[in-house]
Design a protein around this ligand. Structure first.
Ligand code: FAD
Length: 439
């Protein structure tokens, strides 16, 4: 039965909050009967393990948002299925005036949204989309000759130059809550089991702000709680990026740079979607990577005999988080000392990181492997022993994650660092020679 009232749908995706939500703000401001909805997308969920911690997190947030909206007399409609099919059904059964959502810049999401757009176009229902997830998106930051940036520092300088306070202004959705559609009999929330998932033992930790003032001094020490842990919150939009940038401007400019790295990698993926599957510098597709499943398994399980690498891999497996410095060390170890494809490591991180974000994960993996734009040069090979001396000198981080360290139970190193380093240099230099280029 069609509702008599023409409804405005607001589709939540990676913006799981009501406050300072750009798309929701305009939906409420410009319409009278706004009904938010969320879809647990089977095409994404089907590739995940039933214990996936990200799904437990999203499920909790969605349940909370539903309650919050129900308290205001409205609802958050929650669906489980394929978005196109769900919208088709809604459009055929309800009286839909229009659809609002915030943009998602990942290649698969762009494809999905273009399909939904067609569906609404056929029915002559307008669709409006907004930038919410980033400060600058798509091609908003370009060189003076209108090309995308490939190097971070000039990108960052342009980003800072273009930033205006108005871009950080809060979108006060609460001023327009009266436009939420009043629902007489609210929909019952699904159970996590209905989606084929069980509650994960790993939870998304709350952000920590204590260390922010000293972020520039603490951020490289994995044992310190010196980073913010906002990663998953920015990924799923439980925090607004505009509020984070405002905070960064007050508290620490080094932290602001990190938020800009996130935007840098997003625009790399936007302009070069091929990086999702291949090296940004295509010549490195020729590297003769080793594909040793046994050694790859030892890396995944944190059993390489290199304590800083193993500690990081165990932190990841146990918490869904790994400190940035250690992400760099473990990624460098996999792609250089073990000479294995960066795509393997990228995929494993994607399965486990609570803050997994295609653009950032891909960009950083390619940075570490030396295959990306503005990447560490291929001959920069982190020595895990020297990295430990510098960033975990008392081995506090290592002992935290490897309780059996300094017992006979801890394995011997699986390789000789010097030999492995030379092997990597030869493999990369071979490509350089083949191409005859200055890479
Ligand atoms: P903070 O240090 O407090 O930084 C604040 C925020 O800035 C982060 O939450 C993140 O949104 C952004 N940020 C910080 N560093 C980077 C960076 N190098 N690149 C892009 N954004 C950054 N970050 C992700 O968000 N998702 C990923 O999937 C991801 N994969 C990575 C894979 C590898 C191999 C490496 C080396 C880094 C990866 N990073 C990724 C970047 C970085 O490690 C994490 O953002 C950071 O550790 C998250 O912790 P935090 O929230 O406490 O960050």
């Amino acid at each position: 039965m069609k509702t008599k009232t023409p409804l405005t749908l607001f589709w939540m995706r990676r913006d799981l909050r009501l406050d300072d939500n750009v798309g929701l703000f305009y939906a409420l401001k410009e319409n009278e009967h706004v009904l938010p909805l969320f879809i647990f997308d089977t095409s994404i969920l089907s590739s995940l393990k039933p214990t996936d911690s990200r799904i437990s997190f999203i499920f909790k947030i969605i349940s909370e948002l539903k309650i919050e909206l129900q308290k205001m007399g409205s609802d958050l409609l929650v669906f489980f299925g394929e978005p196109r099919e769900i919208f088709k059904k809604i459009l055929s059964t309800e009286n839909i005036k229009n659809l609002y959502f915030n943009e998602d810049y990942e290649p698969a999401a762009r494809h999905r949204d273009s399909e939904i757009l067609k569906l609404f176009k056929d029915l002559k229902s307008p669709v409006k989309s907004y930038k919410d997830h980033l400060i600058f998106a798509k091609d908003e930051i370009l060189t003076d000759s209108r090309n995308p940036y490939l190097v971070f520092t000039p990108y960052k300088n342009k980003w800072l130059k273009q930033l205006q306070s108005s871009q950080l202004q809060e979108h006060k959705t609460e001023d327009f809550y009266s436009s939420l559609y009043k629902v007489n009999s609210p929909q019952k929330m699904l159970e996590l089991q209905d989606l084929g998932f069980v509650k994960s033992a790993i939870e998304v930790p709350p952000p920590q702000w204590e260390g922010l003032q000293r972020y520039d001094q603490l951020r490289d020490i994995p044992f310190e709680n010196g980073t913010s842990l906002v990663g998953p919150h920015l990924r799923f939009g439980t925090l607004s990026i505009r509020k984070m940038v405002q905070l960064a401007r007050q508290k620490n400019t080094t932290w602001l740079s990190e938020l800009i790295w996130r935007e840098f990698f997003s625009q790399v993926l936007w302009h070069h979607p091929r990086v999702a599957t291949e090296s940004f510098r295509v010549e490195f597709e020729r590297v003769e990577w080793r594909k040793d499943l046994k050694e790859f398994e030892l890396w995944k399980q944190g059993l390489t005999g290199f304590p800083i690498v193993d500690a990081g891999m165990r932190e990841l497996k146990n918490t869904g988080h790994m400190h940035n410095r250690v992400r760099m060390i473990t990624a460098n170890f996999l792609t250089k000392h073990l000479l294995m494809p960066w795509q393997w490591g990228e995929k494993y991180f994607a399965e486990h990181l609570l803050d997994f974000e295609l653009a950032s994960n891909n960009g950083n993996w390619q940075w570490c492997a030396g295959t990306g734009c503005d990447a560490a040069p291929y001959f920069r090979i982190f020595n895990p022993i020297l990295q430990t001396r510098k960033f975990d000198p008392k081995m506090e981080y290592i002992q935290k994650w490897i309780p059996e360290y300094s017992t006979f139970g801890y394995p011997e190193p699986i390789l000789d660092l010097d030999t492995a380093r030379k092997r990597a240099l030869i493999a990369f230099a071979k490509v350089k020679q083949q191409m005859g280029s200055n890479i």
